[in-house]
Write a protein that binds this ligand. Sequence first.
Ligand code: PMT
Length: 400
Amino acid sequence: MNVVLGVGGGIAAYKAAELSRLLQERGYAVQVVMTEAAQQFIQPLTFAALTGRKVVTGLFTEDILSSSIEHIQVARDNQALIVAPATAGLVGKFANGIADDFLTSMYLAFTGKVIMAPAMNTNMWNHAATQHNVELLRARGCGIVGPGEGVLACGTTGAGRLMEPVQIADFVDQFLMERNDLSGETVLVTAGPTQEALDPVRYITNRSSGKMGYSIAEAALARGAKVILVSGPVSLTPPAGAQTIKVKSALEMRKAVLNHLAESTIIVKSAAVADYHVANIPEQKVKKTAARFILELDPTPDILAEVGRNKGDRLLVGFAAETQNMVAEARRKMEAKNCDMLVGNVVNQSGTGFESDENEVTLVMRTGANVALARAPKRVIADQIFDHLLKLRLSLHAVK
Ligand code: PMT
């Protein structure tokens, strides 16, 4: 497959050299395009030597006639565009259609798949404008890999590190794999937290960001499924093409799931549903007094267990967020809730579980097998879940 590697101007630009080598090792023909800023960090000659091809360094060269249409030609000749490092500026320009150099002009003319690996200062990454731009790109179908967390070149510690070249290459492999193996399936995915009202102004919730569930929805769409996404309150933009139902409470989530159960063939319950709620929510705000306040909570209905009792031939995947004995707990939940697979994740270690871009999980299968998946971007984990689920379906049919 022909791919463009767009190199943005950041301190991590040197890692793009290793990425260009890895991509070629995996069979991609790589055309490098460098922004002007990228050339301040690394010489085009490095990429020319690694790829054996002329590196595109600007919109205009001496050969003005051919160069002015070169971005159209490069857009036509390639099936994927990978941008690493994707600076805040590039993310903003791609999101808003600003075409002021070769790479950004080429992006607008490009109809293939786009992957961006952002790298920038933590505050720049967390800024509402960047987050909005990233969500716009994600909703347009762009694959976003990272950023990772760690010590950054600016001396701060936090999110903003370019993912390692091998992680970006793995993501590219998963994202570009031409698969239609979920075509004909209807995948019902639950994502995010639930919010349980205590009174008209207060609620209890948890730390789920929805990233895991939205990645599952994206992966299912990319593999040809019809996707129904039942989402708790999150700040993510739903993937284009998913039928999204927004809910707040566990009761609303239950209703949405049961309403769409009949048409679903695969159900993935990655939402972090509240286990307890206030059954009779006061109509008025509870007044503060000097006295100790005791909150009485009732259990919420267990949606996964209820679906498990009525699942028929459907494939049912649950998640287990654990802080200890993860595999044993996941297996217990899988059996108790009649799932085919339970995805166990540890949620008290840094960089995985709640809110993070990566996860590290063990798949606990109905067949008795456990499969540990190495830490990877949630979008890669999502594909691996489907890979194993489809294999599991085959082995379950084989024993029937
Ligand atoms: O959203 P992110 O920030 O990306 O984080 C992802 C995640 C950590 C939330 C996700 O990977 C995860 O672990 N989701 C399940 C969290 C959870 O609720 O785990 P649990 O062990 O409490 O529940 C087990 C299963 O029962 C889950 O599939 C849950 O959806 C389901 N459940 C739980 C309670 C309830 N009342 N109804 C349910 O259906």
